[in-house]
Design a protein around this ligand. Structure first.
Ligand code: G4P
Length: 201
């Protein structure tokens, strides 16, 4: 998606060959109108997937996921990283270890907010090695529902997240696909290209 790529080029900072900082409009400060535009694009892309709920993982996925849910006219559910003491009743849980952040947490979903006939769209800001999205897919499957699609704002195509999700049978749509990062360099993959990780196999 050209507008997202342009914004990343203008405001993003490649901190290393693997980490892209986009704090000015996604991860710290959030641009609501821009999020609304991204949300509309996801909603248009997934309009025929029969989506009944939009899921996201706290925290940076919440803003775009909210907009997608608004335009698909379905609820948004936030998968929690901490088990709340007030979350009484049955929960689905799975442990996630992020390679990127070096952290671990129990991803948690209260069972009232999913049912076996749901078709879930997962929205998240970044796709790196796909630990978070794979964990979310485990929660959806535990409930008997279907993960009908995954929408990502920024895919780092040189890492293996997309391949992992596609190999597991999931459909992934990424609005911007970063093929290379380096000091002062941010390069993108055209939308219909295979991933860099897939190409190098
Ligand atoms: P992983 O398997 O390598 O851990 O990657 P995954 O795709 O699961 O991403 C793990 C977390 O790291 C996610 O944050 C993701 O947004 C963040 N992340 C990955 N690569 C980058 C990057 O290049 N830049 C930035 N800014 N973030 C990145 P999260 O756990 O969902 O937390 P939150 O940031 O949404 O609160």
């Amino acid at each position: 998606m050209r507008l997202l790529e342009e914004r990343i080029q203008k405001e993003g900072k490649a901190l290393s060959e693997s980490v892209l900082k986009v704090d000015s409009f996604i991860n710290h400060q959030v641009d609501p109108e821009f999020m609304e535009m991204l949300g509309k694009d996801f909603a248009e892309h997934f309009k025929d997937f029969g989506i009944t709920k939009v899921f996201t993982i706290e925290s940076s996925g919440i803003a775009p996921a909210m907009m997608v849910a608004k335009y698909l006219h379905v609820p948004m559910v936030i998968l929690k990283k901490q088990t709340s003491k007030i979350l009484n009743g049955n929960v689905y849980q799975t442990r996630i270890t992020s390679f990127t952040k070096g952290t671990s947490y129990e991803l948690t979903l209260f069972s009232d907010y999913i049912s076996p006939d749901d078709r879930i769209l997962l929205i998240d800001d970044f796709l790196a090695n796909g630990e978070a999205a794979t964990g979310a897919s485990r929660l959806v499957e535990q409930s008997g529902a279907k993960l009908a699609g995954i929408g990502i704002l920024i895919e780092k195509s040189f890492q293996n997240g997309r391949k992992r999700l596609e190999d597991a049978g999931y459909y992934v749509y990424s609005q911007a696909r970063v093929s290379r990062l380096d000091a002062g360099v941010i390069e993108f993959l055209p939308e219909d290209e295979p991933t860099v990780a897939a190409q190098s196999e």
